[in-house]
Design a protein around this ligand. Structure first.
Ligand code: ADP
Ligand code: MG
Length: 507
């Protein structure tokens, strides 16, 4: 096979280096993206994928290396410049102006655009959308659209600016399972229309079904480049993580003791004055993991927040080892009732993003000894505690003074887990602990939870990721519309059966 020379690539990176201080996030990276292809960049959290894309999009300047656009060297100075070269990027956490309509969001920021020609823009946007089979109401304010639709608006916005190379950074991480299929259908249409796509992801099935070529990155370096047709999930996993991943966790049978977490007839109000949790009961015993499966939005978030003590309950009770938790705040639940809590929204609720790793490690205990005394923080104790935990939980960072915001999702999750379990809680409630994590980090989370179970901890594991849940749970309960609609032993819990229960089809 003869490879095209750089002139024939839509985009080629040669020896691209990006450092943050002394840390090298991209180390002599070579990537060649063929015209009209879907090129996947696969890598664990923290591998350097987003950094590289930000370089291509002109948000960062590389410290070394060159970028070739259709064979011609280009210093990409800004996103505006990238767009002029036909390169557009949809960030993982994109932001639109909520109150504006789809058309307004697309038109805003266009050079030389005023409201006067909004009608003309609208007509052209509608035409472009129809051409690509986007079903979207141009006059809808974006806040009313589901995230999957908002993502389409972002893509449309780039296409409307004539981008023909689209960089999509972990696009499926914000989608619900039912939105993923239509999204991929859309990508296929974009490809058929001749556009080039760089797809960032850490999910093999997506890579294998969508891409033509793959670049695998690990710790800032490219470790492999291949045609998708020539590889498989096993090889990709090994390349991405740098070792073999065992798909089956070794796990001894559970040996449950007495009931530690008892939730009885719990009701929690959600948005719009409806009960999000509606008379829910469940029990978790010492030394077992109860998996709570369900489609997102069936009350899981409110349930977890009620247990965590960050939202009020409207009825029923939550008891830990016989003590009603009402009247105990989030800190007291950890320190006095001995409950660890890993929230679903780790960036908003689990961490203080602008604070250091060290402070985040004591977020729920810095007011007590040894971390503070008579109101004075003991930074020496906080730092040595953080260093110890970071080592034991393999947190990859530049140092404990680094702001948590800069860390990858997997490493942020490790910090929360470390903090919530290092004092050996009796009960642990974890919500979506593997969401957005790559396979290496997922394995780490699962092994950590199993070790806690071995120690006798009672664990409630709430997750929409069924496969992950089935790997660790001893029993599975299904939540639907705020209630537990089924309880099954691990042996009988197949994804198919659970899927039906989750959809409310079968008991
Ligand atoms: P990925 O997208 O593959 O998960 P990133 O490119 O976001 O990885 O991050 C790669 C590494 O660079 C991470 O270790 C991260 O902590 C670090 N990093 C990313 N952005 C910054 C920044 N602005 N300042 C310092 N370090 C950063
Ligand atoms: Mg990223």
């Amino acid at each position: 096979m003869t490879l095209p020379n750089d002139k024939h690539y839509r985009l080629a990176l040669r020896g691209v280096v990006k450092r943050f201080g002394t840390f090298c996030a991209n180390d002599a990276v070579d990537v060649s993206v063929a015209e009209g292809s879907v090129h996947a960049i696969l890598g664990e959290n923290g591998a350097g994928k987003s950094t590289l894309m930000n370089i291509i999009y002109g948000l960062y300047q590389p410290d070394a290396g060159t970028i070739l656009v259709r064979g011609r060297e280009a210093g990409i100075a800004s996103p505006r410049h990238a767009l002029a070269l036909g390169i557009g990027m949809v960030h993982q956490h994109f932001k639109q102006v909520d109150t504006m309509t789809v058309v307004e969001n697309i038109v805003i920021g266009l050079p030389g655009s005023g409201f006067l020609d909004l009608q003309r823009h609208r007509a052209r946007i509608v035409e472009l959308a129809a051409e690509l089979g986007f079903e979207i109401d141009p006059d809808e304010p974006v806040w009313r659209l589901p995230v999957g639709m908002q993502q389409r608006v972002e893509i449309l916005k780039l296409l409307y600016r004539n981008a023909d190379l689209l960089i999509l950074d972990e696009p499926t991480s914000v989608l619900t399972p039912s939105e993923v299929g239509p999204f991929f259908a859309l990508l296929r249409r974009l490809k058929e229309s001749g556009r080039t796509i760089i797809l960032i992801t850490h999910k093999f099935d997506e890579v294998l079904s969508m891409s033509d070529d793959i670049t695998v990155m690990r710790t800032g370096k490219v470790v492999a480049t291949m045609r998708t047709a020539d590889t498989d999930a096993r090889e990709l996993a090994r390349l991405m993580v740098g070792r073999d991943i065992t798909s089956e966790l070794t796990k001894s049978p559970a040996n449950p003791g007495r009931t530690m977490l008892r939730i009885s007839d719990l009701t929690v109000m959600g948005e719009r004055g409806l009960a999000a949790v509606d008379g829910l009961s469940l029990e978790v015993r010492q030394g077992e993991i109860l998996g709570l499966a369900g489609v997102d939005g069936n009350g899981q978030k409110e349930l977890a927040e009620a247990i965590g003590g960050v939202c009020a309950i409207a009825g029923g009770s939550i008891e830990i080892d016989g003590t009603d938790m009402r009247g105990f705040g989030p800190a007291a639940r950890k320190n006095r009732l001995r409950m660890g809590f890993v929230p679903e929204d780790r960036q908003r609720m689990g961490l203080d993003l602008d604070s250091s790793v060290a402070l985040n490690m004591v977020l729920r205990s810095f007011r007590s000894r040894p971390f503070s005394r008579a109101g004075w923080m003991n930074f020496a104790a906080i730092d040595s505690h953080a260093k110890d935990l970071a080592r034991r939980y393999d947190v990859r960072m530049r140092g404990i003074a680094q702001a948590v915001r800069d860390l990858s999702g997997g490493n942020q999750q490790k910090i929360i887990l470390a903090r919530e379990i290092e004092d050996e809680p009796d009960v642990l409630v974890v919500s979506q602990p593997t969401k957005g994590l790559d396979i290496g980090a997922i394995e780490f989370v699962q092994k950590t939870l199993l070790a806690q179970r071995e120690r006798g901890c009672a664990i409630l594991y709430i997750s929409t990721e069924l496969e992950d849940l089935l790997q660790v749970a001893d029993r599975v309960a299904v939540i639907s519309k705020g209630r537990v609609v089924g309880n099954i032993a691990r042996g009988e819990a197949t994804s198919q059966r659970l899927g039906l229960m989750m959809a409310g089809v079968a008991q």
